[in-house]
Ligand binder design. Sequence first.
Ligand code: FRU
Length: 509
Amino acid sequence: ETFNEQHRLQFHFTPPSGWMNDPNGMVYHNGEYHLFYQHNPDSTVWGPMHWGHAVSKDMISWEHLPIALYPDSLGTIFSGSAVVDMNNTSGLGTKENPAMVAIYTYHDAEGERAGRDDFQTQGIAFSLDNGRSWTKYKNNPVLKNPGTRDFRDPKVMWYEEGQKWIMTLAVKDHISFYSSPNLLNWKLESDFGANVGAHGGVWECPDLFKLKTQDTDEEKWVLIVNINPGAPNGGSGTQYFLGSFDGNNFVIDPQFEASLNAKPVIATTVNGQEGIWLDYGRDEYAGVSWSGVPEEDGRRLFMGWMSNWDYANVVPTEKWRSAMAIARKLELVNTPAGMRVASMPVKELQNIYGTTKKLEAQTISNVLDISDKLSINTSTYDLQLRLEPVGTQNSFAVELSNAKNQKVLVGLDASRGQYYIDRTKSGDHSFSDKFSGIQYAPRLSNDKAFDLRLVVDVASVELFADSGKTVMTAIFFPDEEFTKVKLVTENGQLKLVSGQMTDLKSIYS
Ligand code: FRU
């Protein structure tokens, strides 16, 4: 494999060839981060799903492995999770060599075509050799379908306090929680969400975990619910809820619920849509977190698919389709809008750092040509800027561009008080009339200074603003790579307090 085709990302995960969507089975075990993924090896469009597989020591550089799970007589293999059964509750491994267990959805396409409603069930498979070879459990499915067309994407975790497994499952317009002593027999505990949050589409790919605040050690449970369509900027997106979980029920946090219900939802509404979102950009979906990360590490690590169902099947790449967004660390933070989940790139991104060049503090009128000033000529970099208004707040943007006058703008729209990404002139968008346009996100900080971090890779930009309180991910397809970077201000001045740009090395070099 060469990994150097047009638009091929250089440090984000992509399948060597064929189609990819959701990340699946993310689990850390014996020093390796596993990433499985929804994969159609025979085509660059969605089709019969397999679980592709890769491993990494740092979530940045990946070793591609053979396909882990193939379709069988029960169906194709839809999304799901993986755990390590440390206490051998399933009996599928031993205490000395615990089984890695994948819990996934069987999608029986024939059943669907025949007009049945029970064509999605949950199955499991296990591996005793660090995920290198897999055996499907003989009594699959372990959870049958009660008669609901959308019944999928099991995310399983060990609930220590109750010494049982909890499965968080997406069921059309709500989440169902199931419990099990052994991963083999499952019992319905409760349902959540039919009347709360965004409901512009089907609920998919959930996740449930506990998170601590950095400063006060306060704890909340986070329930992630991906949804398609119904995202704030259209198509698919990742919403979440804060609350508590007692092994039976998820109870939404009253303050969080109040901010969901407030009308207008000043700090959280974009384009009049409801919900609170982990990433407001068009191109982060189906994101969930890694299980099995050691307690000493203490991080909650998250990764999403970097596309949108509005156009994922038609983006202009030839050999492969879609990438994963960069791995992120999630954190609970206090904001003027209440407690929220912030995300930042994992620190391991430093493993591919090239040279860092610093910008001098200065006042900018109209434009600062960053790539020119720093003599940097790359389309893969990490740019960090701290900006302050001079006088009244004016709009500003980081402009990524090429010699063909194609560009993407990532900045602040002062009239809305919101961040935005504008890809209306970003190059090819002929493949879909849903691709072009401007996407917005709320600002969740009252700080005078704007902290912007842009992680840019050939055909993608991820904005982490105000220490990750606002995140936006967007992809683009220019005719020539965007190697120019400028900071532009609209009718006014802007103070650059500090800034630095680091070029990022290709994970294939
Ligand atoms: C989300 C999703 C899941 C499903 C999978 C199928 O993108 O629709 O709900 O399991 O993709 O590929």
